[in-house]
Design a protein around this ligand. Structure first.
Ligand SMILES: [Zn+2]
Ligand SMILES: [Zn+2]
Length: 370
């Protein structure tokens, strides 16, 4: 059997040789396409364009037909390229890439140099050379959009969109900068995507505070409805809540909202609001101020962030923790909402008051709600 006797090198030589034959055949096709184009072939069968005609008659895909017509019309203007295609020293895709590069204004020397790059590399050279026309610019600008879509129960959102280059770069820079300012967690590396999400939320939060209060003392952002039948004073750790006209939140998020003080809690019995328990469930303003004054900054060991400092319950409210000053400690926004109420860390109560450490160890079961 002869294929057993051939080496990889032999097979490769033959494979490359066949590609050269394909190039030569494509070169002959480009000459024919050129002649058919001059003869206005599409008119013979009502095709709307030469590309459509070639696509239909050769039974090939649209982009190959486009390449054949482009080569048929233009490769004759670039003699070196047409020779390279005809003698098989450039493959058809390579010749097309070089042709497009030349047509975009590259010198013949630059075109020659592009042969040392792979095809993606030539694509990047092309993109750098392309100058958007006012028409392109207008299209990109008017096509700008940014969409946010909640899932059915609004427990999460999907975000996507498309922006003109400068707007995109501005957004990217602001988000990356803010993301880099956020502290790092000791044993949990967050991905760039996660940091982007945290940064975007932090920026939005700043903006809301600015509007609500002129940047001084934040008022409530959201109203949360909870089931009042058993949860008003003794909420269970598994309690979920419905934000007014908005998302369903889980117990972790609810606890975080209670710490942040920017919520109003309304108890609901069979759909009817029965009690507003903001005073008992959210930390009273005087106590917030006292705690933050006492601590002066984020109390997590090594954290120097002063961004959006908030008091947090060391023993969570839902585990029976109260608003006493000793049960509260000041943490920065990132440690509070990302590390603690997001990732589920908690403050190790055994650590010194100004050098708190985070722990993953769950609370002992004895500290369940009374
Ligand atoms: Zn908290
Ligand atoms: Zn911190």
């Amino acid at each position: 059997m002869y294929w057993n006797t051939r080496t990889v090198a032999d097979l490769e030589t033959e494979l490359v040789g066949v590609e050269a034959e394909i190039s030569e055949a494509r070169a002959r096709q480009t000459v024919l396409v050129n002649e058919l184009d001059r003869a206005q072939a599409p008119q013979s069968d009502g095709s709307r364009s030469m590309v459509e005609w070639v696509q239909a008659h050769l039974d090939i895909d649209h982009s190959t037909a486009q390449d054949l017509v482009l080569a048929g019309r233009r490769i004759g203007h670039h003699r070196r390229l047409s020779f390279r295609l005809a003698d098989g020293s450039a493959t058809f895709p390579r010749a097309i890439a070089a042709l497009k590069y030349a047509e975009a204004g590259a010198t013949s020397r630059e075109v020659e140099q592009s042969f040392s790059r792979d095809l993606d590399g030539v694509g990047r050279l092309m993109a750098q050379r392309r100058r958007p026309t006012p028409g392109d610019e207008h299209k990109t600008f008017t096509g700008r959009y940014f969409t946010m879509q909640p899932t059915l129960d609004e427990s999460s959102y999907r975000l996507w969109g498309q922006l003109p280059g400068i707007m995109g770069r501005t957004l990217e820079k602001a988000i990356h900068q803010r993301g880099d300012e956020l502290p790092r967690l000791p044993d949990q590396a967050s991905s760039r995507g996660q940091r982007n999400a945290d940064a975007l939320t932090a920026i939005a939060q700043d903006s809301l505070d600015g509007i609500d209060t002129g940047g001084t003392t934040p008022g409530p952002h959201v109203t949360v409805f909870i089931d009042a039948t058993d949860a008003t004073e003794n909420p269970s750790p598994t309690e979920t809540a419905q934000i007014a006209y908005g998302p369903m939140v889980g117990p972790q998020t609810l606890e975080g909202l209670l710490c942040s003080g920017r919520i109003q809690v309304v108890g609901v019995d069979s759909g009817i609001p029965v009690v507003t328990s903001r005073t008992t469930r959210a930390i009273p303003r005087a106590i917030r101020h006292a705690v933050m004054h006492r601590d002066g900054g984020c109390t997590i060991d090594g954290c120097r962030s002063r961004y959006r400092l908030e008091p947090h319950h060391i023993l969570p409210w839902c585990h029976g923790g109260d608003h006493s000053i000793d049960n509260l400690t000041t943490v920065c926004w990132y440690h509070h909402h990302v590390a603690i109420h997001g990732h589920g860390y908690r403050i190790d109560p055994e650590t010194p008051p100004m050098r708190r450490r985070l722990t993953r160890i769950p609370l002992p079961s004895g500290t369940d709600p009374p």
